[in-house]
Design a protein around this ligand. Structure first.
Ligand code: BES
Ligand code: ZN
Length: 887
């Protein structure tokens, strides 16, 4: 484990490498404890680097030797080798080779970085800096090499041998050993290296690319699980077609393999031609996976596949440019999912996720730019800001320059930078060129942290029949950035009246306060200065503004809404995102008022009118079940905490929300029961948008029934649980029982466990659900779960399902006023940190909003963080998060 003594890495300090590695020839002899790695690096001085500089190769805990320079043993005083570095004092001035041998113990590798064992397989994870745990290397993304990998193993131990690129040779060796040689012709950085050996099943298929090349596809899974890879395979083929159709990008190797493993720090990894996945994003069958799981598989398979162009063919110059591949690829997987399913549903889901993960990050001590300028530990920068805000920035760019210029810019980027390691400026320059627009100011999206606030004021002049919107932007200070400059905000606006949509009749470009003809035609207005006034004419009645349609820019919108205005939008807005948003905003305002009242000893606000309005959505559910299910899903406790932002009392929030949920259920009980009945007729399971829409509406109805009439809800949930023929129905009803019906809970949980005891992905759900139960027993329950025989401190999914869920999805109990939840997380983080620093650091991020808590809880959180900080043997990962959290 590396502990934190290293100095920070700064974007401003970037220097080209002094040496290049053109070719890497690896021979890996797999052994459970002593795997031998022989690496031949074909190197040369970088003509752009410093001539005669010493050569410093990165290592991380390595045990190895330098065997040869240009084929001859090196002089003892010409180099120095240690676990974390190999230094050549005076390397050759001409091209040369290095032969290096290392031995690694995959079984003892609990960090799950480098070469490790998972189940019946050896696998690797090299992003961001894991290759240096396999051999000494220039472990930086701007060193691109062609790799050949020869893997040797005992056939009984690892009948399957996989590497990057194309398979060139296989054969038998003495004593039951065999080998395979893989060759990847595309130069790549070492973070994209992968190899796998193991005893695995495979689902095989093929795909014919647009130019007629046949690509072999393989998904490797645990024995007996092959059938469960079918949906992932289907998603892969749809992704491959989509990238051809939407971006003109074709796959480039003879094979594309995916390996699913059950021990994985992240979701999945885009290694060239050999993706490695957390098996939760591969394995699915109707009786083990929910609709959410299916949608997750589709999106993650697509995401990793799309990296082949955005990340692999064009990679990042340095890790500060991470959003260049991640934000862009998330944007691409969002677009893919929107095309495969329902665009509005996809958009609402993405914005909910952005607000739930990125907004709190941006508003707290861990806020950073989409392109950071300094890091201590790069693993901690795979954040919602780099990913989700990074994707929003691309979407904002597309809004700003239009779809055609956007596509031309992408084409130019692929053409110009294929085979290179690029930076954000180079990417953005392609769009400036393609659109003819100056994007200098647009770059602020990458260099300013914090969520911009868009404040809008309205004025209606009845006699002149004009309606004015004053738009103004600001951005709160973030760590290290006090003053912010205006950013480019494309703001989609419509005007709504109970009679329908009002046309955007405005003064033209040459008149006062004019908008351009294009803005008026598109309904998208640019705010690039601090403020702008828009005057709309010929309005016989005062309209309601529908601002930021489709969430056209990642900002917080502030407008002094009246309840009437919001209910008008909910009923009449043609933009379904803003219809949903109107319901959310209404509910949030009411619940915020309730929280204030409850804390002052008063009664919650009266939600009658709002619940009646949602009643109309409930009555009309058939027109769009997916939308109805989203619209009646009240903002979560965490959503409310985020809006309240300071002096947050999670108990008062829960009380307020439960009150509203109860009222909503009570006021609409007959309609909800009718929906639940209507959707309870057996239907064949299809994991597509239509099927999942009905299931989610059925579960939302059941949830509100349980809120409005607990006995009736429990009865129905129990029946649904007992008769369910798919995991969505079954786990949904189990959740409703577990969270609402204490008397039914234990029996149902026990039955579920019995049935799925051998299915680790389902058991993760069982653990997670119990960690979410928000009663006073929660912490004791969580400790009990950690003592369960099926619990594991080393499996990241299991740890996240119990500890991560408790810390991130049980706000009243994690933030218990006595500090017990905070203390518990600190204790677990310290324990996990000794084994798996990345996972420990990610659990610790649960404290990211601690400064917004009310005084007592805030003090408890601070004490817990300080207790962690007081340890002097922390990993670099945890040290970094705890230091920034406390700053
Ligand atoms: N390149 C990442 C995986 C990764 C992240 C490796 C951090 C090492 C450190 C991969 O492309 C990715 O982004 N995976 C996401 C899922 C994706 C759908 C957003 C993940 O693993 O969470
Ligand atoms: Zn990615």
């Amino acid at each position: 484990m590396r502990t934190d003594t290293a100095r920070p890495v700064r974007l401003a300090d970037y220097r080209v490498p002094d040496y290049l590695i053109d070719k890497v020839d690896l021979v890996v002899r797999l052994d459970r404890h002593e795997t031998l790695v022989r690496a031949r690096l074909t190197m040369r001085p970088n003509p752009k680097g410093k001539a005669g500089a010493p050569l410093l190769l990165d290592g991380d805990g390595l045990n190895g030797k330098l065997v040869g320079i240009d084929g001859t043993p090196p002089a003892q005083d010409s180099f120095r080798i240690g676990p974390d570095q190999l230094e050549l004092f005076d390397p050759p001035r001409q091209p040369f080779t290095l032969d290096i041998e290392t031995t690694v113990d995959p079984t003892a590798n609990t960090q799950l970085m480098g070469l490790y064992r998972s189940g019946a397989a050896y696998c690797t994870q090299c992003e961001a800096e894991g290759f240096r745990r396999i051999t000494y290397f220039l472990d930086r993304p701007d060193v691109l090499s062609v790799y050949s990998t020869r893997i040797e193993a005992q056939r009984s131990d690892a009948p399957i041998l996989l590497g990057n690129g194309n398979l060139v040779e296989t054969g038998d060796l003495a004593d039951g050993w065999h080998y395979a040689v893989w060759n990847d012709p595309f130069p790549k950085p070492c973070y994209l290296f992968a190899m796998v050996g193991g005893d695995l099943d495979v689902l095989s298929d093929s795909f014919t690319t647009m130019s007629g090349r046949k690509v072999g596809l393989g998904i490797y899974v645990e024995h007996g699980k092959r059938d469960r890879a079918a949906y992932a395979m289907d998603s892969l083929k749809r992704s491959m077609r989509w990238d051809e159709e939407q971006f003109g990008r074709e796959y480039d190797l003879d094979v594309f393999n995916i390996v699913a493993v059950s021990d994985f720090n992240m979701g999945a990894m885009e290694n060239k031609g050999l993706n490695v996945f957390n098996d939760k994003y591969i394995l699915a069958s109707p009786d083990t996976a929910t609709d959410t799981d299916y949608a997750g598989i589709e999106t993650v398979v697509a995401h990793e596949y799309f990296h082949n162009w955005t990340g692999n063919r064009i990679t990042c110059r340095d890790w500060f440019q991470l959003c260049l591949k991640e934000g862009l690829t998330v944007f691409r997987d969002h677009e893919f999912s929107a095309d495969q399913r329902s665009r509005p549903v996809q958009r609402i889901g993405a914005v909910r996720n952005l607000r739930a993960t990125q907004f709190p990050e941006d508003a707290g001590p861990l806020a950073h730019n989409v392109r950071p300028e300094l890091y201590h530990e790069i693993n901690n920068f795979y954040t919602p800001t780099v990913y989700e805000k990074g994707a929003e920035v691309i979407r904002t760019l597309k809004q700003f320059i239009g779809a055609d210029a956007f596509r031309r810019g992408m084409d130019l980027y692929f053409e110009r930078y294929d085979g290179t390691a690029a930076i954000v400026e180079e990417f953005i320059a392609c769009f400036a060129e393609a659109s003819g627009r100056d994007l200098t100011q647009f770059m602020r999206w990458y260099s300013q942290a914090g969520t911009p606030v868009l404040t809008v004021r309205e004025k209606y002049d009845e006699s002149a029949q004009t309606y004015t919107l004053e738009l103004e932007q600001s951005c709160p200070p973030t760590p290290g950035q006090q003053l912010k400059l205006p950013q480019i905000l494309p703001i989609a606006i419509g005007l709504v009246t109970p009679d329908g949509e009002a046309s955007l009749d405005m003064p033209g470009p040459n008149e006062a306060n004019g908008a351009s003809a294009e803005e008026i035609a598109r309904g998208v207005f640019e705010l690039s200065g601090r403020a702008r006034r828009l005057v709309f004419r010929n309005l016989a009645q005062k309209p309601v503004p529908s601002i930021l349609r489709g969430f056209s820019a990642p900002v917080r919108l502030e407008f002094d809404w009246s309840e009437d205005a919001l209910l008008t939008l909910l009923a009449h807005d043609s933009d379904s995102f803003n219809r949903w948003q109107a319901a959310q905003t209404s509910a949030t305002r009411l619940m915020q008022a309730s929280v204030a009242a409850i804390r002052g000893g008063g009664a919650p606000a009266d939600p009658t009118r709002f619940c009646q309005a949602l009643g109309r959505v409930i009555d009309g559910w058939k027109a769009d079940p997916a939308f109805a299910a989203l619209a009646i899903n009240l903002p979560s406790e965490l959503d409310l905490a985020r809006e309240i932002a300071s002096d947050v009392d999670p108990d008062a929030i829960r009380t307020a929300r439960q009150h509203m949920r109860g009222t909503l259920g009570q006021m609409n009980l007959p309609a909800l029961m009718a929906i639940h009945d209507a959707l309870s007729v057996p239907a064949p399971f299809t994991p597509d948008a239509a099927g999942s829409a009905n299931r989610s509406m059925r579960l939302m109805a059941l949830d509100l029934i349980a809120a409005g009439d607990p006995a009736e809800g429990a009865r129905r949930a129990k029946h649904q649980f007992e008769t369910a023929d798919n995991m969505t129905d079954m786990f949904g009803s189990l959740s409703i029982l577990a969270l609402n019906a204490p008397a039914e809970r234990e029996a149902a949980l026990a039955a579920f466990y019995q049935r799925f005891a051998n299915d680790h992905l389902v058991i993760d759900k069982w653990f997670a659900l119990q960690a979410m139960i928000p009663d006073g027993e929660a912490l004791a329950r969580v400790r009990g779960l950690m003592a369960h025989p099926a619990f594991s401190m080393t499996n990241p999914n299991r740890l996240r399902s119990v500890v991560g869920t408790f810390a991130m999805a049980n706000p009243t109990q994690f933030n218990a006023a006595d500090g017990s939840g905070h203390d518990f997380l600190a204790e677990v983080v310290l324990d996990v940190d000794r084994r798996n620093a990345q996972v420990a650091a990610r659990l610790l991020v649960a404290f990211r909003s601690w400064k917004g808590l009310e005084a007592k809880r805030r003090a408890a959180a601070e004490a817990a963080l300080k207790r962690i900080a007081a340890h002097n043997d922390l990993s670099a990962d945890v040290r970094d998060i705890v230091t920034r959290s406390l700053a």
